[in-house]
Design a binder for this molecule. Structure first.
Ligand code: PMP
Length: 350
């Protein structure tokens, strides 16, 4: 704390990202990154010419990337917004839609950046509790609000809501914007992008960080009807004209153009997920049903924190949330089959 801090900064409670260890030889299963490298086309796209062009500012609208994403999802280019990671897209969305007199709604267990943005932007929140089985109680979102946001599948539970549930949620909230954060949708869920042209209050947010192996590139995007995208552009152009650098734009386009590689990586991760569930179940873990690249798993033989510490000592990092209701569980990202074998071996020994 310093006397120079503004009253706002004094009140902030910043998000704490999972550890990014500096040392090598660790099995890193703590931040839901993709264990496979990006598509080989990404490297080709970052050509010498692109590097020489770095002396010039990038296209402030990232028009080529927007066109690529729009074509991929059968939308128009002006239905797409891009930003520096979906975190930035989410932050702009809070300003664009949620800075309202009424509180916004999100589940009490969901992405822990939402309360941080709400705090930063002075937005009131209400957080309906999950059901006992960790599923989202849709009916709790049928109340007056200044906006609704939830991850689908949810994080850190991994539990997925059906398209019918998303439809009900959007229809119950026609007076406010409903944001579905689909960071993990490519690991077995069905995206609600197909509902965009039906609902003027639906915004879908996605990222290249998980299913496209580009967490280090920082590219996220939102899709919705034109009037929603216009609002995001107004916020973005009041904050940073060039959120995506030249290399990020060409690399992101290349990732979208390699559909075969994308499908192959997602399939491998889903197969490894199912294998890991079987192995963990044999070891007595209870695991929530996951349609993501991570598992939320509860050890039966010991407390989650002890298991976390033991794994850490063996060079395997998973995520532990020291929060009421979550502290019995570990969140374990799905790595390669070899990495998951190392995890299972380490747990078998303990
Ligand atoms: N939404 C959810 C639910 C997440 O778990 C994450 C990753 N921490 C993000 C959004 C942000 O991802 P990124 O900024 O890398 O696109």
């Amino acid at each position: 704390m310093s006397t120079f801090w503004s009253p706002l900064v004094r009140e902030l409670d910043p998000y704490v990202p999972g550890e990014q260890p500096k040392g090598q030889n660790l099995v890193k299963l703590n931040t839901n990154e993709n264990p496979f490298p990006p598509s080989p086309r990404v490297r080709q796209a970052i050509s010498d010419n692109e590097i020489l062009a770095l002396r010039l500012y990038p296209d402030p609208d990232s028009s080529r990337l927007k066109k690529t994403i729009a074509e991929y999802y059968q939308l128009a280019s002006d239905q797409v917004f891009v930003g520096n990671g979906s975190d930035e897209v989410l932050a702009h969305s809070f300003v664009a839609f949620f800075k309202q007199p009424q509180p916004i709604l999100f589940p009490d267990v969901s992405y822990s950046f939402y309360p941080v943005y709400a705090n930063l932007f002075g937005i009131e929140t209400k957080t309906p509790a999950l059901n006992k089985d960790f599923t989202i109680d849709i009916s709790a979102f049928d109340q007056p609000n200044g906006g609704v946001i939830l991850p689908n599948p949810n994080a850190p539970t991994g539990i997925y809501l059906s398209l019918d549930d998303i439809r009900s949620l959007v229809e119950a909230n026609t007076e406010s914007v409903v944001i579905i954060d689909e960071a993990y949708i490519d690991f077995g869920g069905e995206s609600a992008v197909c509902l965009i042209n039906e609902y003027d209050n639906l915004l879908i947010v996605q990222t290249l960080s998980k299913s496209r192996s580009l967490a280090g590139l920082r590219v996220g995007y939102a899709m919705g009807q034109v009037h929603l995208i216009e609002a995001l552009d107004r916020v973005k152009n009041s904050f940073n004209s060039y959120p995506l650098d030249r290399l990020a734009e060409v690399a992101a386009i290349a990732a979208f153009e390699d559909e075969a590689y994308f499908v192959e990586c997602c399939n491998k991760i889903m197969a490894t997920r199912e294998w890991t569930i079987e192995q963990l179940t044999k070891l007595g873990f209870s695991i929530l049903p996951s349609k993501t690249n991570f598992l939320f798993a509860k050890p039966s033989h010991k407390g989650a924190q002890s298991v976390f510490n033991e794994l850490r000592a063996k060079g395997i990092i998973v995520r532990f949330f020291k929060k009421p209701g979550l502290s019995d569980y570990l969140r374990i990202s799905i790595g390669t089959r070899d990495e998951m074998t190392m995890l299972i071996d380490a747990l078998t020994e303990s």
